[in-house]
Design a protein around this ligand. Structure first.
Ligand code: NAD
Length: 480
């Protein structure tokens, strides 16, 4: 510790004042501190009265100067005695309510973006317990790691057909051996009180069966997209959860992702005037014809239900209204074994109320490309990597007088999967309806069926008119 700091602390102890970190660092960090400390010491010695409120800043909480310990020594690895640094706890507001963030002292000016509130994780015993069904790419690469960033959710059980995977993943994530299940004894989840939610992360054709069995086991269900392979399956899933008195949410992570939510707000606020049309693309490349994604019975279709669904669902989410007509064109390269059963490409247009048109393309055989552009009367909003797990890049363009302004907007990063799971946990904890319930998945399924029909028949297909805004969605998520 420097002589300056020591002197300053001595002075403040004598003055009986609390010291704000800003004040401390400002004074202690400069040579000025010596002069200030010396003169304050002199005034303490001559003035026996307490420091007045007018001169002494009183932070809400913080370490009183009297508790700031004096210098101690520590021993370096080579045996030298070194003066220890002064440890000071800066002032902070610390609400006892676990849901309210600790407010640390301010130090950033408003010239720079402000930090988000400090996280408010629930203690592990208060978090909602999840059973993950299917230990494939999404579960291992994204979902299990995302629990590390969640605040209200925890993994407590696993379901897999592979005993080796179960054993290893259970060890890695601290899941009890007795909370590992096979597909055969899946229904025994009903006897596991730690499990409140079953998260279905299986091939699409298995979503309906495992949702229905899960609801019958008395658990709430979070189901991956697409909800199922047909509207009839979606209806059966909704009915089963309703009958069991359990919640059903479809894992539309984009609806919990901050950039997409920001674009939606701009659209709803008519930031650049009325929206006129949207162009959307979600494409990637695959290589394994034996994978379930290329088997119609398991996947339900090709690029459309797997990745094109993001264009469809996000457009509905952004606009809030529902399409009234679809017109589609589908193609698969003849002879390519990848596309023997499922489509390689789907291109489709959706007509929304007020003449808004949404133009979409999804492809299974191009380098990955995931974006949309919202074209409005007086400007556009472009979101690159819109449907990706991360890396969203938001850009807007509009005119001001002779100038064309193009802005790049950066928001604080959030793990979409953690935010999405925490929303569902909050619904369970507070007994609320999820923002993306089964009805939201059913509507997408009906529209996808119309898209396939249009592509097959080579003509536009009308959809039933739906009045109102966000009619298939539940209340807005709190934290997203
Ligand atoms: P995956 O093939 O990597 O994993 C599927 C798991 O299901 C594997 O563990 C596999 O062993 C198991 N399985 C059980 N029965 C099976 C069977 N008969 N055939 C094949 N696998 C079987 O798939 P994934 O990429 O993890 O996708 C799983 C689900 O998650 C799909 O519905 C997919 O659409 C969805 N998904 C969502 C996102 C997202 O961002 N929300 C991303 C990827 C996948």
């Amino acid at each position: 510790m420097s002589i300056t700091n020591e002197l300053l602390n001595t002075v403040l102890r004598q003055a009986g004042r609390e010291v704000s970190r800003k004040e401390f660092l400002t004074l202690a960090g400069r040579g000025l501190a010596v002069g200030v400390a010396t003169s304050t010491l002199a005034s303490c010695q001559t003035d026996s009265g307490p420091t007045t409120a007018a001169t002494a800043p009183t932070p809400t909480t913080g370490t009183p100067a009297s508790q700031v310990t004096s210098a101690t020594m520590y021993t370096s690895p080579d045996g030298q005695k070194i003066p220890s640094s002064e440890a000071v706890s800066p002032p902070a507001k610390v609400p006892t309510d676990l849901n309210k963030p600790i407010e640390l002292e301010e130090w950033k000016s408003d010239v720079d973006p402000q930090s988000p509130p400090t996280p408010t994780p629930l203690p592990p015993d208060k978090r909602v317990g999840y059973a993950l069904v299917g230990l494939g790419h999404l579960t291992l690469e994204e979902l299990l790691p995302a629990f590390g960033q969640s605040k209200k959710s925890k993994p407590v059980a696993l379901v897999s057909g592979s005993p080796e995977k179960l054993k290893k993943v259970a060890q890695q994530y601290g899941i009890k051996p007795e909370s590992c299940y096979s597909y055969e004894n899946y229904d025994q989840l009903k006897d596991n009180p730690e499990v409140q939610v079953i998260y279905i992360v299986l091939p699409n054709s298995m979503h309906a069966e495992y949702t229905i069995r899960g609801a019958q086991a008395g658990k709430h269900i979070l189901c991956e997209k697409p909800m199922a392979n047909s509207a009839a399956e979606c209806e059966a899933m909704i009915a089963a959860c309703k009958k069991a008195g359990k919640k059903l949410m479809v894992a539309y992570r984009i609806q919990y992702e901050p950039y997409n939510r920001e674009v939606r707000q701009m659209i709803r606020d008519n930031k650049f005037g009325k929206t006129k049309y949207i162009q959307a693309q979600n494409s990637q490349s695959s290589a394994n014809p034996d994978h379930w994604r290329h088997k119609k019975a398991l996947a339900g279709g090709g690029a459309l239900p797997d990745i094109g669904l993001y264009c469809l669902n996000t457009a509905r989410f952004l606009l809030g209204t529902e399409p009234t007509e679809v017109s589609a064109y589908m193609h698969s390269t003849p002879g390519n074994p990848l596309f023997k059963e499922v489509e390689e490409m789907m291109s489709w247009q959706m007509r929304f109320p007020d003449g808004i048109v949404v133009d979409n393309i999804t492809h299974y055989n191009t380098h990955d490309s995931r974006f949309y552009r919202v074209n409005s009367e007086r400007g556009w909003i472009h979101l690159n990597n819109a449907y990706a797990y991360k890396g969203q890049a938001l850009q807007t363009s509009h005119a001001e007088g002779p100038a064309k302004l193009e802005n790049h907007i950066t928001l604080g990063a959030k793990n979409q999967f953690a935010t999405e799971m925490d929303h569902f946990s909050e619904c369970v904890l507070e007994d609320k309806a999820p923002h993306t319930p089964g009805e939201e998945g059913l509507q997408d399924q009906r529209i996808m069926e119309a898209i396939y029909q249009s592509a097959r028949e080579g003509r536009p297909v009308k959809l039933p008119a739906v009045k109102g805004t966000d009619v298939f969605r539940g209340p807005e998520p709190k934290q997203a």
